[in-house]
Design a binder for this molecule. Structure first.
Ligand SMILES: NC(=O)c1ccc[n+]([C@@H]2O[C@H](COP(=O)([O-])OP(=O)(O)OC[C@H]3O[C@@H](n4cnc5c(N)ncnc54)[C@H](OP(=O)(O)O)[C@@H]3O)[C@@H](O)[C@H]2O)c1
Ligand SMILES: [Zn+2]
Length: 352
């Protein structure tokens, strides 16, 4: 192992961990962490906390102050060159007198995409690339999709019996506590979950991350006829709540729900192709969403292939009845499931 590379990886690992603190809060922006090192000591660190707020590099530079001069900046994603909500980070880095910049991955945003590196090298700064790139790529796979396709990253989270049924179970939860805890941690990372109205009516789910308690995701329900009852758990004001519905629904009920802090995505009519739903979510600033049911919603997203990943939890029960999951066996036949609690977890990436 090259010593310099191992040294750089050590600080880049920390930058990635800092970036993860932004999970669920950066909306359609990337997860970015930055560390400034001078004479083997960390003199500044930061992460992107929220869309619209300072970028990670700026937070770290502010903390380092004068000590940023002749330092090394570690940042998991290429520094930006654009005037978005904030001015370009490359200018601040050059001004602060940083003389070495270590980057995890190039920003695929067409407005940056290598330009940040060029700015820095043109200013005489040494730039090192691709340090723990796989970590940044994995962490920012949602952002990469959004910036390229202007669509949220979609994960289908499905719990099924051995015979691929989605309902008709003997107990409320068919999967193990360990599986559910894993799902709750994903909810807190992805930042948004979505269900169809029947699931809300039948299961009355909370859709929180209560088993980990970090950050409740935005919850979204597709409810074209506005059947949502006013006493449902979905409406508890402990998270952003969004209802996707027909704009011609009675304004009285929309008003009542708005007064309780609910937001609406108003569409034409009562039948929304998955693509239309995803476009509407993108316009509402949702960069990633975990779809949690029910059968109709899963099957339409599977059929249209508008998903990026599937997390299929298979519990060790057979029910011989209930709603059926229409999942091509070819999708999972070559996947070795992970054991989680008593369940099997198949993790499918659509592009693999
Ligand atoms: N095993 C699991 O992982 C899992 C997860 C969640 C739920 N479930 C189970 O699944 C069952 C519910 O599933 P389900 O298939 O009956 O219903 P669902 O998928 O939860 O909801 C379907 C309803 O949502 C609305 N909807 C969904 N997609 C729409 C679209 N693209 N455009 C317009 N409206 C749309 C429609 O409402 P309208 O009828 O008003 O038009 C539709 O009838 C429950 O038994 C629940 O326990 C299982
Ligand atoms: Zn920036």
């Amino acid at each position: 192992m090259n010593i310099t590379r191992a040294y750089d990886e050590m600080f880049m690992a920390y930058a990635n961990l800092l970036a993860q603190k932004g999970w669920a809060k950066t909306g359609t922006n990337p997860l970015v962490g930055a560390v400034i090192v001078k004479d083997d000591e960390i003199v500044g660190e930061g992460f992107h906390r929220k869309i619209g707020e300072a970028h990670a590099e700026i937070c770290a530079l502010a903390q380092a102050g004068e000590r940023a001069r002749e330092s090394t900046l570690y940042v998991n994603l290429e520094p930006c060159t654009t005037y978005g909500h904030t001015p370009p980070c490359v200018n601040a880095i050059i001004r602060a007198g940083v003389n070495r910049v270590v980057i995890g991955a190039i920003d695929p945003n067409p407005e940056v995409n290598g330009r940040g590196i060029k700015y820095l090298t043109d200013a005489g700064i040494e730039v090192v690339q691709d340090i723990l790139k796989h970590w940044t790529d994995n962490l920012n796979r949602w952002y990469y999709k959004f910036i390229k396709e202007n669509l949220p990253y979609v994960i289908l989270k499905i719990a099924a019996s051995e015979d691929m049924r989605l309902s008709g179970y003997p107990q409320k939860y068919i999967t193990s506590l360990q599986s559910r805890r894993y799902v709750h941690s994903l909810r807190s990372q992805i930042g948004a979950v979505m269900i169809g109205i029947n699931t809300l009516l039948v299961d009355n789910p909370y859709l929180t991350d209560r088993l980990v308690g970090r950050h409740n995701p935005t919850r979204i329900v597709i409810d074209p006829h506005l059947k949502i009852p006013l006493n449902t758990h979905f409406l508890i004001p402990d998270a952003h709540r969004i209802i996707i519905t027909d704009k011609n629904n009675p304004s009285e009920k929309i008003k009542k729900l708005s007064e309780r802090g609910v937001e609406f995505i108003l569409l034409d009519g009562t039948d929304y192709p998955p693509q239309k739903i995803l476009n509407a979510l993108a316009q509402s600033g949702i960069g990633a969403v975990m779809i949690e049911g029910g059968a109709l919603v899963f099957n339409q997203f599977l059929k249209s292939e508008l998903y990026d990943e599937i997390l299929l939890f298979v519990a060790p029960v057979t029910v011989n009845k209930g709603l059926e999951l229409k999942l091509e066996n070819t999708l999972i036949k070559n996947i070795v499931p992970e054991k989680i609690g008593g369940d099997k977890l198949y993790h499918v990436y659509r592009n693999n």
